[in-house]
Ligand binder design. Structure first.
Ligand code: NAP
Length: 488
């Protein structure tokens, strides 16, 4: 199968930091179809050779194990081409049309790795140039809008040019191996599904913590905040994967129908819930890895009076028979104590204790997403060799865990998130991509919070960089009698 992959924004940060390394890994693993061409598009005046040299030089900043050797890069570089284009100029699309026409690849993937304010114009111009044929697949990166209305405007523009089956809205969390294994665990095994409900699960926690600040993206982030940047998309997609019903089959729409039902079942925000179950914070100065770091308001590009949240903790509930009454806690933020993304499914305690167990001990399933990935099942087992156990009148249990280490089982050359998703686009598999109605429903759920926070000047809580966020986040979960995973 032949393909053309056109990277709009081919010289940008996303292209060289994530997409090129992922494409190279796919090439190195032999997963990229042989007859391919990758065309970087931007406004700089570059030859193919200059573009290859630019990408080669950028690989120096990629982690060592993912860097190509010289001869490997030379072979990969033969796929790379460059097209100078200003995406806001209609006449420039003719050159793109010629370039694609001369080869007639079976599949043409267009990846919009550019600012979202170009999305509408690009779609209009692709249609005007006759570049919206059935062999085209369009990949859209976040942020897809700033609120429900702007998201719908983008979706309208994209759908007026292409069919929904040609649109690949990327959420790279869905490409993570652990998330795919969450689907496999739930729907490929009989063991968990009977337990996967309110009768057996006490609460579920989703944490996406970063120790980095806003880096060079201060101006962008200050207009965005953690709720739009992380919750509306990544965290809610994870919540869907955890809470959805088994789909009728493994096809994209069967999966997406079930995710949509979860989003529609999320309890709507009431004024008291917005105050008690939605905590927002902003990092003050502090220490990360022993080094002092500045506050958010001192970051380049950020307003010194900014009220943008860099931390969010939410308590969500899903109003259906499976999940009624089970809290789903979502927490994400910048400049937190660690770079750590994980999900904890906390099972209920045994109904009647006959063993001595550590306080609060119960079974839990931990799904690690970042920096490690894998699943851990925490159980309790008979404690042996302990003096306390030997003397105790009742048997004593101690925590143990089963570590499902996929790297050990499936090898170190496992497919990373962007690699997986790019290969899926080339192959036309939509399972791990987000449909427009899911995205709109997610915006509908977060929007009341955005409105409330824009009017409420007092709810923003400072937290010291290098901690787990404002203490109100721990207080929120403690009111239900639970604690965040690192506190228990
Ligand atoms: P960036 O570094 O500013 O790159 C933007 C790219 O678009 C450059 O190649 C730029 O090249 C090109 N471009 C801009 N205007 C153009 C025009 N009129 N015609 C043709 N090319 C144009 O931005 P980025 O960080 O890569 O981000 C791109 C998008 O992905 C943004 O929407 C961002 O929010 C999203 N995103 C980024 C990341 C990330 O890790 N960086 C992660 C997730 C999502 P020229 O200026 O030379 O034309």
């Amino acid at each position: 199968m032949s393909f053309d992959l056109v990277l709009f924004g081919g010289t940008g940060d996303l292209a060289w930091r994530k997409l090129m390394p992922a494409l190279f890994q796919a090439f190195r693993h032999g997963n990229l179809p042989a007859d391919g061409r990758i065309v970087g598009v931007a406004r700089d005046d570059l030859s193919d050779e200059a573009y290859r040299n630019l990408i080669r030089s950028r690989f120096d900043q990629v982690e060592l194990s993912k860097r190509p050797r010289a001869e490997e890069f030379d072979r990969f570089a033969s796929l790379l081409h460059y097209l100078r284009m200003d995406l806001s100029r209609p006449q420039d699309y003719e050159r793109l049309q010629q370039l694609l026409h001369e080869r007639q690849a079976d599949t043409v993937v267009m990846y919009l790795a550019t600012a979202p304010n170009l999305f509408t114009a690009v779609c209009e111009q692709l249609a005007a140039a006759g570049l919206n044929t059935p062999r085209i697949r369009l990949v859209l990166e976040k942020p897809l809008g700033h609120d429900l209305e702007s998201n719908r405007a983008i979706n309208r523009a994209v759908r007026s040019a292409l069919d929904e089956r040609q649109i690949f809205r990327i959420d790279h969390y869905l490409g993570k191996p652990s998330v795919q294994n969450l689907f496999a665990l739930r729907f490929g095994n009989a063991l968990f599904e009977p337990l996967w409900r309110r009768e057996h699960i006490a609460n579920i926690q989703i944490t996406i913590a970063e120790d980095l600040g806003v880096e060079k993206r201060g101006a962008f982030y200050d207009n965005t905040g953690a709720l739009r940047d992380m919750v509306q998309n990544h965290a809610l997609q994870l919540l869907c994967a955890l809470a959805m019903e088994p789909p009728i089959d493994a096809h994209a729409d069967a999966i997406r129908d079930e995710k949509l039902k979860v989003l529609r079942s999320l309890k709507r925000w009431t004024p008291p819930a917005m105050d008690q179950h939605a905590i927002r914070g902003q990092y003050a100065g502090g220490r990360i890895g022993g080094e002092p770091v500045r506050s958010y308001r001192e970051e380049p590009g950020v307003s010194p009076e900014s009220r943008t949240e860099t931390f969010v903790a939410l308590r969500a509930e899903i109003a259906n028979w499976r999940w009624a009454g089970v809290p789903f806690y979502i927490r994400t933020g910048k400049r937190l104590a660690a770079r750590d993304a994980h999900i904890v499914v906390n099972f209920r305690q045994t109904p009647h204790p006959i063993y001595a167990v550590p306080v609060g001990a119960a079974n839990k399933l931990v799904i690690n997403l970042q920096p490690r990935d894998g699943l851990e099942l925490h159980l309790l087992a008979q404690a042996e060799n302990s003096r306390h156990a030997a003397r105790s009148p009742i048997p004593v249990l101690a925590p143990v865990h089963l570590n499902l280490d996929f790297t050990q089982r499936f090898g170190s050359e496992r497919v990373g998130a962007y690699e997986r998703l790019l290969l899926d686009v080339i192959d036309g598999r939509l399972n791990l991509f987000v449909r427009s109605d899911e995205q709109e429903e997610a915006w509908r759920w977060v929007e009341p919070l955005l409105h409330h926070w824009s009017r409420d000047a007092n709810g923003l809580r400072p937290y010291a960089a290098g901690t787990w966020g404002p203490s109100a986040s721990s207080a929120m979960i403690a009111r239900d009698g639970f604690c965040w995973s690192e506190e228990c």
